[in-house]
Ligand binder design. Sequence first.
Ligand SMILES: Cc1ncc(COP(=O)(O)O)c(C=O)c1O
Length: 364
Amino acid sequence: MLKSELDTPSLILDIDIFEENLKKMRDFVLAHGKKLRPHAKTHKCPEIAKRQLACGNCIGICAAKLAEAEGLAAAGIQDILITSPVTAPWKMKRVMELNQKIANLQVTVDNVEQIKMLAELAVDKKLHVLIDVDPEMGRTGVAYNEALSFGRFINGFSSLVLDGVQCYAGHLQHIVSAEERAAASTYLMQKGAEVFNALKQEIPTCRIFTGTGTGTSAADVLIDEVTDIQVGSYCMMDAEYLAVEHQEVQYRPALRMLSSVISANHSGNATIDAGTKAIYVTPGAPPQVIEKEKIRKDMVYSWDYGDEHGHLMFAPEISMRAGDRVELIVSHCDPTVNLFDELYIVKGDEVIDKWEITLRGCCK
Ligand SMILES: Cc1ncc(COP(=O)(O)O)c(C=O)c1O
């Protein structure tokens, strides 16, 4: 089947660019003596997680939510870190079931009640936990200066094993200046490294210092204590990431929204079939039209036509007709992927496969 025969709007993934991104990240991380633990929150697709593992230098896959982790486990993935705290008592039983099911489950923790509940339930198999340390972002995690006593508390439970520390500075990932981004991340990750060192000295099982997104990956691998990085977006990329200066390695947009012009009756304007229901709205980073691997600076996308329709604006001398195909780099890959059931895998103009986005909507 040809790409031009696909129904629209459809999410497509260019296999060559995708594989190039995987290899670039693998080689870069390997060259710095670190491991990869790619985040499945980006792609929500077990087939991609398997390919990331197969590409090498990977110690596991991250999941943002318990349901995502369960989906990865159902697909046969054995090494999973859940990067957000699980707190609901009724979910704790599912954590234990998952722990029984796979070889290596790790969960992040950031509060005392959660630890007590997990410790009480982890009777048949010890549960491995990582302390989530807050890099002054305020989203999740304990403060740097509380992490040591928190670690001691965890270590007091024989059913829990403290594996390490997670420190993810999400608020830094899209700082436009590569230099400023690197400096801000180095400062916060060094503070995390100090916490990790203190814990490691007292608690020998504490051996992992993980964190990092695509934006700060190049800076964070330079920190000695970092053991593995949880990058997500690098495999697909999006307009948000393309708008920031890259550090050392440039990952390319593998993910595209394939859409069609459905009306073009006004000069300088066209309406396509991909509006807010197809492309997640990220203010400040509109989708970019891409043609023959070049971003079309002469076309601007706007969400102002609402749910079903995307608005393309261009100079009056450009002519667009109903039925024309338009490829867009989406604004933010993660929540856009979450809107679709499948990814069409393309090589050049050919559709060579279809991968199910089975973890789509697994946000519980
Ligand atoms: C805890 C955690 N780790 C890693 C990532 C991956 O970050 P990125 O997609 O910027 O590579 C995210 C993304 O939000 C995250 O929340």
